[in-house]
Design a binder for this molecule. Structure first.
Ligand code: ADP
Length: 167
């Protein structure tokens, strides 16, 4: 099942939440900062041990003080105009997130709109990639939950899912 909600992903009670991380796994602004702040130091400690993660890839850690059981740190692309392979990289980081979740027996997963904050990916195109990729993995999860942080993102996700479901 695919669901879309408006809210703060750090509050989700779920198998795993996905973090929009950076290659150094060092934390940063936005959702990354919020997740590390809410999780406490153990997640950053695990990230330090892992070291780094390439763009388009994802790694898993525990979730510290969060209600989720795991955090999957996915590295989306920085938007550079759309002709530098960004779409493939964004698709890949969703695929890798789902794959690492499945490998770890996770049946419910919550995801933010990766790359659409500081990294500047246009939300309409990012939502299309996020949801299309989710639909390919839908059967293998109990729930894939997209957590939007603004009313606008929430509306765009809803409209995009409706459009994808018609075809
Ligand atoms: P990126 O660097 O990948 O663009 P950001 O954290 O800047 O990552 O933004 C990714 C998305 O996460 C944006 O849509 C932003 O609004 C959203 N976001 C920020 N904080 C939260 C949160 N607490 N819960 C869910 N989404 C969030």
């Amino acid at each position: 099942m695919i669901t879309i909600k408006l809210g703060d992903i750090t509050k989700e009670e779920i198998g795993a939440i996905v973090n929009a991380a950076n290659k150094g796994l060092r934390g940063g602004g936005g959702v990354d900062e919020a997740i590390h702040r809410a999780a406490g130091p153990s997640v950053m400690e695990e990230c330090r041990e892992i070291g780094r993660c390439n763009t388009g890839d994802a790694v898993i850690t525990g979730a510290g003080l969060l209600k989720a059981k795991n955090v999957i740190h996915a590295v989306g692309p920085v938007w550079r105009g759309g002709e530098k392979g960004e779409a493939g990289q964004l698709r890949s980081c969703y695929e890798k997130s789902f794959e690492v979740a499945l490998k770890n027996g996770i049946e419910t997963i919550a995801l933010p709109a990766i790359s659409t904050g500081v990294y500047g990916y246009p939300i309409e195109e990012a939502a299309d990639i996020a949801l299309r990729t989710g639909k390919r993995f839908e059967d293998r999860f109990r729930e894939i939950r997209y957590v939007c942080f603004s009313d606008r993102d929430f509306r765009i996700y809803k409209e995009t899912l409706d459009r994808l479901s018609e075809t």
